[in-house]
Design a protein around this ligand. Structure first.
Ligand SMILES: Nc1ncnc2c1ncn2[C@@H]1O[C@H](COP(=O)(O)OP(=O)(O)O)[C@@H](O)[C@H]1O
Ligand SMILES: [Mg+2]
Length: 335
């Protein structure tokens, strides 16, 4: 069995408050192997975000041990921790957290600044990642010009730009309608098919059903940890098509991401190089960002479901299919 990518042992966390220490996590033990897709659920206040912040090295536990990619995080200094976090983890948040005055490409490229890449490489990598989530044509647009679901895709592109082994996503569909959530989950499924490890917090059992393992928190403790049951109903048979190649007009069958060398968690250099996209092209025919009527600048997070407004391309239509959990997934070797 592969060494755990994440291992926590006896983790405790208490926040310092005026009234004294406020315990939030209590004796949490968990190991996550490379290639897993884990959903974390639990009531509000049960400690999920606190746990994710610790996993992401954004916060430190009060007690217990945390090993990330074989390193005990507590033994690292600040710079070493930042370097480990940068090369290992991509974050996706509920609120997208894009910088409003920066282009999508600059938003996606942001994590590369800290990795010391030059401008041309940053731009090329950002473009590659935007292509991957089907938004390459909007590279120079501002976040306010695209829908919330598209913004989350940009945030996923940003999370991928350092080619991390692990994506940590805290309520990534919490601001999205159910249809758009399914599309976002399609991206996570496809990334997991590329052997990227995913740990995702959600309050939505439909979202959690995309994961392969479900962990439940209650009052700061893990109270459930098991494989997710197979998805029920008609969705089960047809969830997530892998989506067409950017600019490919939708005629070509998409190259399954899982076929793109499943033994390679992520193309480390040069990317997939085939321009393949996790999602269809946006906005129809490449005429630029959605019109201001579609995404009014006065609405920083325009309404969802924007894909339904234009004539859906065949690729957009295909993206609406909930996609197969079986058949396309799970065949690639998980480490
Ligand atoms: N920085 C903080 N200082 C004090 N209490 C906090 C802080 N962050 C979170 N909490 C409290 O810790 C508990 C767990 O919060 P959180 O981890 O955000 O839960 P969840 O994500 O499951 O809703 C809550 O009671 C919350 O109010
Ligand atoms: Mg939370």
């Amino acid at each position: 069995m592969a060494e755990a990518l994440i291992r926590v042992e006896g983790l405790d966390k208490a926040y310092d408050t005026a009234a004294g220490p406020f315990p939030v996590l209590r004796d949490v033990n968990l190991a996550i192997r490379p290639g897993e897709f884990v959903a974390i659920m639990g009531p509000s206040g049960s400690g999920k975000s606190t746990f994710m912040n610790i996993l992401g090295c954004l916060d430190r536990p009060s007690g217990g041990r945390y090993f990330l990619a074989g390193s005990e995080v507590a033994a690292l200094d600040k710079d070493q921790t930042a370097a480990l976090r940068n090369r290992t983890i991509g974050f996706v948040f509920q609120g997208f957290n894009l910088l409003p005055r920066m282009s999508l490409a600059d938003n996606v490229a942001l994590p590369l600044i800290y990795s010391g890449h030059g401008h041309a490489e940053r731009r090329a990598r950002a473009q590659e990642m935007l292509d991957k989530v089907g938004l390459g044509r909007y590279a120079d647009s501002l976040p306010s010009r695209i829908s919330g679901g598209q913004q989350q895709r940009v945030a996923i592109a940003r999370a991928l730009v350092n080619r991390p082994q692990l994506i940590l996503a805290d309520e990534p569909t919490g601001n999205l309608d159910s249809h758009t959530s399914e599309e976002i989950m399609g991206i996570f499924n496809a990334l997991n098919d590329e052997a990227i490890t995913i740990v995702l917090v959600t309050h939505d059992s439909n979202v959690a059903a995309h994961a392969k393992r479900l962990v439940r928190f209650l009052d700061g403790r893990i109270v459930h940890d098991a494989a997710t049951p197979p998805r029920q109903g008609s969705d089960t048979a047809s969830h997530f098509h892998l989506l067409p190649v950017e600019g490919g007009r939708g005629e070509d069958p998409p190259s399954p991401l899982s076929a793109a060398s499943p033994s390679h968690p992520l193309p480390r250099e040069g990317g997939r190089g085939d321009g393949s996209s996790l999602l269809p092209r946006e906005g129809g025919r490449g005429e630029g960002p959605p019109s201001s009527s579609e995404a009014s600048p006065s609405h920083p997070l325009p309404r969802e479901g924007g894909w339904g407004e234009g004539p859906p391309s065949s690729s957009a239509a295909s993206s609406r299919h909930p996609l197969p959990r079986e058949g396309g997934r799970g065949e690639g070797p998980k480490c």
